[in-house]
Design a protein around this ligand. Structure first.
Ligand code: NCD
Length: 311
């Protein structure tokens, strides 16, 4: 593995290795040799981000990397510099890896083929969001111990969601049953997963993963407040009451409270939304460490994998 741009072709062993590493960083922190030299990485965000950008930054700093600051609005992007030339520039300056978010599908994959340092996909258009997927999977392992046979319901703007795509691919690889619930016009027929009625599936799902309406990728965005979306397609209090006792609520955030989920459910007992953010740091540490630190990981005394019982 030289890049981290898609979950589609990722094998079970690779996913599980990264999940174990996530757990190692969650439990043990770092060994001393991992923190010694000054090394650089950069985060090229061509789209807004709060969680992903900050969490990559924290993960990079915890691993001992210096983060080369880059802000599109104050860069030569405004003078017409291409993504490739920008990335090649930061590589020449000394970045050992490029973390990149870009509004166009496949820009990240193309860059990964052109650059000779690792490229990490922090979200490409409606394409993929593999590190979000990794932290989501880790959240589920922490909750359930194993994903085989779990019913995962992904609800909302499927066709415009890179989170839905990466999760669907990886969860299927790991043996979970993935289904989607969505407005008809937001279904993605290129994805081979069943569409179900939210009101039926809510009672049998172990994980209900909600998605924000991705208005920035709509041809004709409508105001989200106007349309009774919550009652028709969102997680209302009434639907939450019908969820399985052990089921959890997830959401990659940002959340539009009162649109895809009732405001009061965002921090309810079943919600793992802020836990996901916490785990995002460890998942990103796992990816960066895997790509940039080639030594075998040293597991400390506190290391307890959430996967101890998984083959
Ligand atoms: C997601 C994204 O950017 O794709 N957010 C995130 O990275 N946590 C989902 C979204 O913006 O709705």
């Amino acid at each position: 593995m030289n890049n981290f741009v898609s979950m589609k072709t990722m094998q079970t062993e690779e996913i599980l290795h990264l999940i174990k590493q996530t757990d190692r960083f969650a439990n043990d922190g770092l060994s001393k040799t991992e923190t010694d030299k000054k090394r650089f990485v950069t985060n090229l965000f061509y789209e807004p981000s709060t969680r992903t950008k900050l969490s990559f930054e924290v993960a990079e700093k915890k691993l001992g990397f210096e983060v080369i600051d880059f802000q599109v609005d104050y860069s030569s992007v405004l003078k017409g510099e291409s993504v490739y030339d920008t990335a090649k520039t930061v590589a020449s300056i000394g970045a050992e890896a490029v973390v990149i978010r870009h509004p166009l599908d496949n820009t990240v994959q193309e860059l990964a083929e052109q650059l000779d340092i690792p490229v990490i996909n922090a979200g490409d258009g409606a394409g993929e969001h593999p590190t979000q997927c990794l932290l989501d999977i880790y959240t589920m392992y922490k909750e359930f111990g194993d994903l085989k046979g779990l019913n995962i319901l992904i609800v909302g703007d499927i066709v415009h969601s890179r989170v839905a795509r990466s999760n669907a691919y990886a969860l299927r690889t790991l043996g979970a049953n993935v289904s989607f619930a969505s407005k008809p016009e937001w279904q993605d027929q290129r994805l081979d997963f069943p569409y179900v009625e939210l009101d039926d599936a809510i009672e049998t799902s172990d994980v209900v993963m909600l998605l924000r309406i991705q208005s920035e990728r709509h041809d004709q965005p409508k105001p989200i407040e106007d349309n009774n979306y919550l009652e028709k397609y969102g997680l209302t209090i009434e639907r939450e009451k019908r969820m399985k006792k052990t089921a959890i609520i997830m959401h990659p955030a940002p959340v539009n409270r009162g649109v895809e989920i009732d405001d009061s459910l965002v921090e309810c007992k079943r919600s793992r939304i802020f836990k996901q953010m916490e785990y995002g740091v460890y998942a990103r540490m796992a990816v960066l460490d895997h790509l940039l630190n080639k030594e075998e990981p040293q597991y400390g005394d506190n290391y307890q994998t959430v996967l101890a019982h998984v083959d």
